[in-house]
Design a protein around this ligand. Structure first.
Ligand code: ZN
Length: 338
């Protein structure tokens, strides 16, 4: 006999209340860490099953039976008692969800309109109300500014011929050489760095599904980098340091929109980001830290490619990049790189 078979039967009405209560129930005492036999409540908003029933106006006569049907979605514990302690969603999580929802409602149409305006008139961002607003907020510094203390960075280039690269081949391309990117215009010279080797590789490839040979240059940062615009996307939290319009840009992920085919010269995904980069330059920022659109981690673009805060160390090395075949990789498998 299974546990479920012993559960009291619920009628249609009771089932509806069970579903409502189940939606609200997020944590239980089993989820919490224990110290000397006593739990310390840290996950969720502490309440009781009965208070959840109060919230949804569940009739008293169903409560005891429904409680037995509930399970904790976080740890899997099944079967509760009516007066048992339980947790609903953290109040700050609910508040965050409300904020994100409100930003979506207010900015969705405007952002879609701005994006299609930029596709038609890439250099006329300031002719659109949202363009003017983004410009104003960045110029007035209503954005999150950070200093970076990270010490190591990586930069990658594809192996395209047999020449052995030196450090000088792995610095920022000089003016006139770059074909343009997320935060710079064609021909501009800026320095892009990734926070680790793997991310640098993935960012460099035209198609991360194909194995490739790649040069990796390690960079060391000896001085603190100041005046960096923080455009990292935190998925479920929006930074209050940003003005709402910047929060909307991050929430909609337009800043991180992926260019599927990098060999194509038509890359409208970059019109918005190069505009933001221009605003940031005008406002005096030294660079932008942003979330990768291709993998996990952050990239840094420095507007001054000769920044003295970072410099290459050791000789560049060649690696074999192989696309991940499964999520579960053997960490001891060293054949991926040499
Ligand atoms: Zn639990």
């Amino acid at each position: 006999m299974y546990y479920e078979e012993y559960l009291p039967e619920l009628n249609r009405t009771a089932e509806k209340f069970r579903d409502k209560a189940q939606k609200k129930l997020k944590y239980c005492t089993t989820c919490q860490p224990y110290d000397g036999g006593e739990y310390i409540w840290i996950m969720g908003n502490k309440t009781s099953i009965d208070e959840i029933f109060d919230d949804i106006n569940c009739p008293e006569k169903y409560r005891e039976d429904i409680a037995e049907h509930l399970h904790c979605p976080n740890c899997g514990k099944s079967g509760f008692e009516q007066y048992e302690v339980a947790g609903t969603e953290d109040l700050h999580v609910l508040e965050e969800e409300r904020k994100i929802k409100s930003i979506y409602t207010r900015f969705e149409k405007k952002l879609i309109d701005f994006r299609s305006h930029l596709e038609k008139l890439p250099s006329l961002a300031l002719a659109h109300p949202l363009g003017r607003k983004i410009h104003k907020e960045i110029i007035n510094n209503n954005v999150k500014t950070i200093s970076i203390k990270q010490t190591n960075w990586s930069r990658a280039r594809l192996v395209t011929h047999s020449k052995v690269f030196e450090q000088t081949d792995m610095t920022a391309p000089e003016v006139g050489l770059s074909s343009g990117g997320r935060f710079h215009h064609q021909g501009q010279s800026v320095l892009y760095l990734a926070e680790d080797d793997e991310l640098a590789m993935i960012e460099t490839l035209d198609n991360p599904n194909n194995p490739s040979l790649i040069w990796i240059q390690k960079y060391i940062q000896e001085l603190e980098l100041t005046g960096i615009l923080d455009l990292r996307n935190d998925w479920d939290t929006l930074s209050d340091d940003h003005n709402e319009v910047i929060q909307a840009l991050l929430a909609f992920r337009y800043i991180f929109e992926k260019v599927e085919d990098r060999s194509s010269k038509w890359r409208p995904q970059y019109f918005l980001t190069t505009f933001i980069a221009d605003c940031a330059r005008e406002a005096g920022f030294n660079g932008i830290l942003y979330t990768s659109s291709r993998s996990y981690g952050n990239n840094l673009v420095l507007f001054n490619p000769n920044s003295t805060a970072v410099h290459p160390i050791d000789k560049p090395k060649v690696f074999i990049y192989e696309p991940k075949k499964s999520l579960f990789e053997d960490p001891d498998d060293l054949t991926r790189f040499f």
